[in-house]
Ligand binder design. Sequence first.
Ligand code: HEM
Length: 418
Amino acid sequence: MVRIAPSEVAVASVSGFREVHRIGSKYTKSPWYEAIVPSPDPILFSMSDARKHTARRKLFAHGFSAAALRKNWETVVSQKAEAAIANIRREAEHGTTDVLKWFVLMATDVIAHLSFGQSLEMLETGEKSQYVQALETALFSDSLRAELPWFHAMMRHWPVKRIRDMVHSSDGYILEYGKKAIAAARGQEGGRTNLFANMLAEVDEKDGSSLTDSDIQWEAMGLIIAGSDTTAITLTYLIWAVLKRPDLQKRLEAEISAMEGLVTDAQLEKLPLLNATVDETLRLYGAAPGSLPRTVPFGGARLDGLFLPGGTTVSTQAFTLHRDPSIFEDPESFAVERFMDKATLSEYQKTAFSPFGAGARTCLGVHLAMMELRRGAALFFKQCTGARLSEGMTDEMMKMENRFLIAPIGHRCEITLQ
Ligand code: HEM
């Protein structure tokens, strides 16, 4: 346990992690979450009030279950993964292509389609839509305001318009576009539907759940932020880690090419090597491995034998747990074998392996993310057999930049089929 700021401690033990994140834990999300999310009221991701969070999460739970996602959205996910891989293959056959770019467009378009009931068509245009650009500006501005308020205030009055624009609110556009999510939820979009449609039917005022039009607009935004770069970055690291190991690449290509016909997610979930590769990627390169700050409950609490005053921020990080040699042997090496037979994992390892967080605040989109990771990777190794990293790609470029989500510092990952 290390004190990293006057009122913040970082905790690296499995027992500390379990206590802070277990179901029923009194540790709540710290105010940092509300500060970085550009919505007027807290959304599912940022809510610190446990009662309100439970009621809202109940509304989301069914639509994000593996069964509901497979029934309602597997075709959309597959089509978008196919479009992304087709673009990758086309470009790689004629030179090089940046897989990160295509996976960002893929994952963003998947979650946008589920949220708005229609595609943003970014895989067709090859560019981020205006909505996604507005989101990026809003997120950048709010993160800056949360982390460096004085600098944010200075930038708002900077004499250069381009700098001012970077921190100016894009709320108007985000809200306007968010109306599509409301219309689809209410069945007013020419038969199109979205994730929110069933949630409205499940609102139950008795248990305190509610979902106003404004909530839908902002929750749609939240889902797009939470569900786009996360999946895209993890999938990019998976491709990179495998292409660096040609033996593993060949074994994966063989496992996937042995499958015939239309393969479902349920079938992909049974492929041992593919799934072990996804898990090992999530261990070393899951996209949110950094601090997950929580507030110590009123009155204080004992953690790993130490008393922490109420209001202290406690942060745990998957990065540290996943690289602890007492938990995972030879932790820095990318070794898919450790996940080939899940029955061999100890309880200790299972608790420590937390790329999606844990407890009541565990990732809502885990099943969607896994579906995209499996489908994206399977299609890549089927359609892009023999792919190689481009000559210009260095390990240095794939080192992690950490801003809550990680990203390769080179901001691209180029491959070729030539
Ligand atoms: C590989 C991809 C992903 C990774 C590594 C990931 C990781 C995480 C982590 C670590 C958390 C916990 C954050 C915390 O405790 O502070 C989280 C929460 C969340 N994630 Fe994901 N995520 C991924 C994909 C997705 C997708 C596709 C969605 C789509 C909807 C999504 C939606 C959310 C939401 C809404 C929460 C907040 C849940 C709550 O507080 O109840 N994530 N994610």
